[in-house]
Design a protein around this ligand. Structure first.
Ligand code: ATP
Length: 238
């Protein structure tokens, strides 16, 4: 493909203590691309995002924007523009929408921070109009939007979203996933873990399937016969 590579992961392995989960993962995300990461429960999708964002120790190499990030911790990753909205991310329910986004901008100076907060909230008019309300008053979908806005305040070059649709009604799922398309249109790359395969395939430019800690399929979503190949990748390994 002719897209500039933003993230390049090579031979990445990771796990929890002595428990190995990921075995030699190779994966790329191009600048401004949406890449879906699919796979059955327990395949290691969340583990992979955590290993990339420095939340877990790992081996292998990670380059991001041409910079070696193989040894980077979470703070360094965020500062480089590699932002991870973790699975089941909880907002501060007793704080206002505005203050939740502001808190996620820790370390930024006042006027710059306010600019970034407004910029992040512009993506989600539904919650921007509730900026002074406590987050507890938001619906589940709106809380997901707030979680994404918290990531956006860091001005990511790559936003990694771990099941942003979890627990949402179909309409809200579409709304939250539409935000990913909006982000891509604004030039932000998205690496998306998603259980809803059809929706993910509609949205993404490329897809990886992970099974038992290994990449078992890589494809462009425009390729023929992808649903069958995915099914085989999920279930046809034995
Ligand atoms: P799901 O959709 O269920 O979240 P997943 O593909 O994201 O699945 P992971 O959450 O990455 O999968 O889990 C991969 C493997 O790592 C599983 O076998 C899981 O039991 C194990 N695992 C996850 N978190 C931990 C942990 N904190 N300590 C030990 N093992 C873990």
């Amino acid at each position: 493909s002719n897209v500039e590579t933003l993230l390049k992961v090579s031979g990445l392995s990771a796990g929890y203590g002595k428990i190995g989960v990921l075995n030699g993962i190779d994966l790329t995300v191009g600048a401004g691309e949406i890449v879906a990461l699919l796979g059955p429960n327990g395949a290691g999708k969340s583990t992979l995002l955590k290993a990339i964002s420095g939340l877990l120790p790992r081996t292998g190499t990670i380059t991001f924007g041409g910079q070696d990030m193989s040894k980077a911790g979470p703070r360094e990753a965020v500062n480089a523009g590699l932002v991870h909205v973790v699975e089941g991310h909880r907002v501060f329910t007793q704080l206002s929408v505005h203050d939740n986004v502001m808190l996620a901008g820790y370390g930024m100076k006042g006027s710059e921070l306010e600019t970034r907060v407004e910029e992040a909230l512009r993506f989600f008019p539904e919650i921007a109009e509730k900026r002074n309300d406590r987050a507890v008053t938001l619906s589940g979908g709106q809380q997901q939007m707030l979680a994404v806005a918290q990531g956006l305040v860091r001005r990511p070059r790559l936003l990694m979203l771990d099941e942003p649709s979890a627990g949402l009604s179909p309409v809200l799922v579409d709304r939250v996933l539409a935000a990913a398309a909006q982000l891509r249109d604004a030039g932000t790359a998205v690496l998306l873990v998603e259980q809803l395969i059809e929706k993910a395939l509609k949205l993404a430019d490329r897809v990886y399937a992970l099974a038992r800690g290994s990449i078992v399929l890589e494809a462009r979503t425009s390729e023929d016969d992808l649903p069958n190949r995915l099914e085989h990748a999920y279930f046809g390994q034995d």
